[in-house]
Design a protein around this ligand. Structure first.
Ligand code: CP
Ligand code: NVA
Length: 303
């Protein structure tokens, strides 16, 4: 494993290793056991989009591992004025030990990896959100004690979260039920992968997708960069693609609810369901820190 560009690149064993290390690092952090696996290392964090969790958890994670992190807003970098990714990648590789990037096109992340000589971590693109999904799998495993054989359901837009969740869940042996409007389905390559490799349902019927689910995920109807489509999307999603008590009634009795956050109450999730499941949701947010520390140790620590 040289980079974390998308979940598709990881094997089941690699995902399991990351989750195991994340559990260990979480335990150690809670018990005051410090490891400076990344002493003297620097992570550059390039942001083309806003962030609360990703930025803070990566920066704190680097600090806890004995290294440091640099916040690099694309607005201030020359990349924001058109400097080619290949030059940015090769120059930053001379200063840094790793780069985390949040941007629009997956191609930009892939190009950083292609032209640079240091590990690249995808902190969200329009196509994928692998760091989030590692934290999600960690949280489900924490609550349920396993992943294999469980049913994961996702309701809403077939976006970066849906793409990464589908691949991650299928790789970990979970059954997957997805419900999106027809015009907003997950990426075609992801759907094909899921059909070939696991038990997978893609439907417009939210109840069919959620039936007997062990965990139900959702995400915003309009992602960052799609603000102009929000009104049009709302018309299609409103009142249907929502986690509410009626939907939970068809899932397993002990169903978990997960949301990568930020959440829009009364849109993709009701305030009632959010509050009833807030512990699981905030554990999920916390686990970003532990899962990403595991990823950084795997990619950046001296072998
Ligand atoms: N879930 C997530 O990635 O949150 P941020 O946008 O706050 O980083
Ligand atoms: N799908 C959302 C996730 C935010 C963490 C977005 O891309 O804006």
């Amino acid at each position: 494993m040289k980079h974390l560009l998308k979940i598709m690149d990881l094997s089941t064993e690699e995902i399991t290793e990351i989750l195991n290390l994340a559990d260990q690092l979480k335990y150690e952090q809670k018990h005051g056991i410090k490891h400076h696996h990344l002493e003297g290392k620097t992570l550059g964090m390039i942001f083309q989009k806003s962030s609360t969790r990703t930025r803070v958890s990566f920066e704190v994670g680097m600090y806890q591992l004995g290294g440091s992190a640099l916040f690099l807003s694309a607005r201030d970098l020359q990349i924001g004025r058109g400097e080619p990714v290949e030059d940015t990648a090769r120059v930053l590789s001379r200063y840094l030990d790793g780069i985390m990037i949040r941007t629009f096109a997956q191609q930009e992340v892939d190009d950083l990896a292609k032209y640079g000589s240091i590990p690249i971590i995808n902190g969200l693109t329009d196509y994928a959100h692998p760091c989030q999904v590692l934290a999600d799998l960690m949280t489900v495993r924490e609550y349920k004690g396993k992943l294999e054989g469980l049913k994961m359901c996702y309701i809403g837009d077939g976006n970066n979260m849906a793409n990464s969740l589908i691949v991650g869940a299928i790789k970990m042996g979970m059954e997957v039920g997805i419900s999106t409007p027809k015009a907003y389905q997950p990426a075609a390559d992801v759907v094909e992968f899921a059909k070939q490799n696991g038990k997978f349902t893609l439907t417009e019927d939210v109840f069919e997708a959620a039936k007997d689910a062990d965990v139900i995920f959702t995400d915003v109807w309009a992602s960052m960069g799609q603000e102009g489509e929000a009104a049009e999307r709302r018309k299609l999603f409103e009142g249907v693609y929502q986690i509410n008590s009626k939907l939970l009634a068809v899932a397993k009795k002990d169903v978990m609810v997960q949301h990568c956050l930020p959440a829009h109450r009364e849109e993709e999730i009701t305030a009632e369901v959010f509050e009833a499941h807030q512990n699981e949701i905030y554990d999920e947010a916390e686990n970003r820190l532990h899962a990403q520390k595991a990823v950084m140790v795997k990619l950046m620590a001296n072998k």
